[in-house]
Design a binder for this molecule. Structure first.
Ligand code: HEM
Length: 212
């Protein structure tokens, strides 16, 4: 009986962590003025997403993504559907004093090719390289809804939690100036629960405009 009760306790604790707990926190960026929901992994890479207050689930709404990466990391990637394949991948790396954003989608466990279903516009404010980090801030149309009738349509509910994933490698990409560059496999991947509901921005369009 004692064993049975102990087991039940474990199941309840696990269910609680799956349903209720987010791994992200609210982050107000003083530089750009966006309110993001952010997740920072063990390597110190910060993955941030901001959404318009008017965004609705199943709308292909514009989002802002900000990724801040320690300079020792060759490339870092965000997977909007929480897995490697069949979802938009935002890959970033430094090219000298510039930052490159590359839109990809993986169709298997090999170098993901370019993906034109997600379109990014890099915002000048919030995008920079310094001695310790590179950071990109960009709008994305196509990051919050993807797929087709074959693979199924997936959308991010801006008022709820969702699973995201990251990957990164220390090795630099092959041709940093080219956003279609090939790169080597990740050193580490991870998944987390991201709470989009704390990333709502009432003045989203004005904030995008002022950071362009
Ligand atoms: C050179 C490029 C890449 C190669 C060769 C590669 C290869 C692989 C392989 C072999 C696995 C293991 C599959 C398994 O054990 O079941 C994997 C898993 C994974 N990869 Fe990649 N990968 C690449 C790029 C990326 C990128 C750019 C991302 C984006 C963020 C990514 C995200 C993931 C994730 C999240 C997993 C865990 C399984 C899943 O959730 O789908 N990978 N990858």
């Amino acid at each position: 009986m004692r064993g049975f009760l102990a087991t039940l306790g474990t199941v309840a604790a696990l269910a609680g962590s799956v349903l209720g707990q987010s791994d992200s926190t609210k982050y107000v960026d003083a530089e750009t003025g966006f309110t993001f929901s952010q997740y920072v992994n063990d390597k110190g890479i910060a993955f941030r997403v901001a959404v318009p207050a008017t965004a609705k689930a199943n709308d292909n709404y514009e989002a802002v993504v900000q990724i801040a990466v320690p300079i020792s990391v060759g490339w870092a990637g965000l997977a909007w559907g929480g897995s490697m394949t069949y979802n938009p991948l935002t890959i970033v790396w430094a090219n000298g004093k510039d930052v490159v954003v590359s839109s990809r989608m993986a169709y298997g466990y090999f170098v993901p090719p370019a993906y034109d279903g997600a379109v990014y516009k890099v915002l000048k404010t919030g995008t920079h390289v310094n001695a310790t980090h590179y950071q990109v801030t960009a709008t994305c149309v196509g990051c919050t809804l993807w797929g087709d009738t074959d693979t199924g349509i997936t959308a991010i509910d801006p008022t709820a939690q969702g699973t995201l994933a990251f990957a990164y490698a220390a090795a630099p990409v092959t041709a940093p100036a080219n956003n279609a560059s090939t790169f080597s496999i990740h050193d580490l991947i991870g998944h987390w629960i991201h709470d989009f509901s704390v990333a709502s921005n009432a003045d989203f369009n004005a904030t995008v405009a002022k950071n362009q």
